[in-house]
Write a protein that binds this ligand. Structure first.
Ligand code: FAD
Length: 397
């Protein structure tokens, strides 16, 4: 039975995560404004997460399962004012922590994991003309002797500047649709690879977003993730499905980032209003509350509900049960709630909320992406509809 109440030690860890996360608050604005600078491995005044690790040793087998708990940690960490998304993304959080690493782990062969597992890998699917409809990938890969030759353009590669390389989607047979799509590990030093530019963005500015070009880019034959060079007739390939499965791991993580920003913005609003003498008295009945107090309660409920969808998707993963539906539910809900709660926090704060002196406008700007990348809210709803109604992706597009 699922039970998402945290044990004492779990709660202690979550509290410590926030405390440590707040230690980088002083740098949040600097790296936001200087997005092309990579923060040093350790910021001045930064307390390390090694403070948290010993507490993990005190966890017992019947505490919250690990993936579920890591989502709670992610929400706690991302809500900390020092780790407002953007700066959090830009900080070196472990070498092999890119989105491409999740793809390598879920679709790579044991040899590929051993060979590349320590690298920091971005994920490169999106192209100038291809976003949500990933089966329309135009980048091509052609086998030439013992090398693949890649040609095409990619945009919006998170961590694309600082990563060692990327998992790149390309088609080996355009006529085969999604069955022809494979993913390749491309390192930055591959001949024909070019880092074209770094995007300037509305939010998560401290996280780099790159554009790539591949011009007769040559990579070794064994760089095809999963190693399957066949193009099955009539349907998706195992390779394509393998990498799509990655999303069931990464969508809860991305959703947790959205919930974290909602939580952070709401905490900011609660604290700022408390300083002005406005806080929620939970014992009061509805008619006794002010509009602001009622609004805070609604924002709290939305944030908590979204957090529970994230924990549920992760819990199913912990239990090795399918979580395709729940991953999309939490991604859709996390994105929605991030947008509505960060804006709600601004609403109750009024004019001060737009000031650069406070973090709440940053939560709102950084949060906007939660509903776009890793599959937009509309695409999540399509997946949810397919799962509930039993349609395939060909039947419901
Ligand atoms: C900061 C940032 C970081 C990113 N990081 C990465 C990354 O690391 N790797 C990567 O590969 N990509 C990345 N992306 C790309 C991101 O995943 C895409 O932007 C996203 O998938 C949407 O694609 P699109 O922008 O082409 O929009 P489109 O697909 O053109 O969609 C435009 C609008 O139409 C809606 N829409 C599209 N199709 C349907 C449909 N069938 N039914 C209903 N509505 C639909 C969408 O929901 C959206 O509202 C990133 C993007 C940004 C902005």
């Amino acid at each position: 039975m699922a039970d998402f109440r945290f044990s004492d030690i779990d709660q202690q860890i979550l509290d410590k995560v926030v405390e440590v996360g707040n230690s980088t608050t002083a740098h949040t604005r600097y790296y936001e404004d200087h997005e092309h600078e990579t923060p040093p491995a350790r910021l001045e005044g930064e307390r390390g997460f090694e403070e948290v690790f010993p507490l993990f040793g005190q966890r017992q087998p019947d505490d919250t399962p690990m993936m579920t708990f890591m989502m709670a940690v992610s929400i706690a960490r991302g809500s900390a004012s020092g780790v407002v998304r953007g700066l959090g993304l830009a900080m070196p959080s472990g070498r092999a922590s890119g989105l491409g690493n999740a793809a390598l782990q879920s679709a790579g062969t044991p040899e590929q994991k051993a060979k590349w597992g320590d690298l920091f890998l971005a994920m490169s699917i999106t192209e100038p003309g291809v976003g949500s409809d990933t089966k329309a990938i135009q980048t091509t890969a052609r086998l030439d002797g013992e090398e693949w030759v890649l040609n095409g353009d990619k945009i919006f590669v998170t961590d694309g500047v600082k990563a060692d390389g990327a998992i790149v989607w390309a088609t080996i047979d355009k006529s085969a649709g999604r069955a022809g799509i494979k993913s390749f590990l491309v390192l930055k030093d591959a001949p024909g690879f070019e880092l074209v530019r770094q995007e300037k963005k509305l939010g998560i500015r401290a996280s780099d977003t790159a554009a790539y070009a591949f011009r007769d880019c040559r990579i070794p034959r064994d760089a095809l993730l999963g190693g399957d060079e066949t193009v099955p007739k009539g349907g998706g390939s195992a390779s394509y499905r393998g990498v799509m499965k990655t999303f069931n791991m990464t969508r809860p993580a991305v959703a947790s980032g959205g919930v974290a920003k909602a939580r952070g913005a709401l905490n900011f609003a609660i604290d700022a209003l408390a300083e002005e003498g406005v806080s929620v008295d939970w014992s009061q009945s509805f008619p006794q509350r002010s509009a602001t107090q009622q609004k805070l309660i609604e924002l709290e409920a939305d944030t908590e509900a979204a957090a529970l969808t994230v924990l549920h998707a992760a819990w199913l993963s912990d239990k090795r049960r399918p979580n395709n539906l729940e991953s999309s539910v939490c991604k859709a809900k996390g994105g929605d709630v991030c947008r509505t709660v960060t804006q709600g926090a601004m609403e109750v704060l009024g004019g001060m909320s737009v000031s650069h002196d406070h973090l709440v406008e940053k939560y709102m700007r950084d949060g906007r992406i939660s509903d776009i990348y890793e599959g937009t809210g509309q695409i999540q709803r399509l997946i949810i509809a397919r799962e509930i109604l039993g349609y395939s992706s060909e039947e419901l597009t």
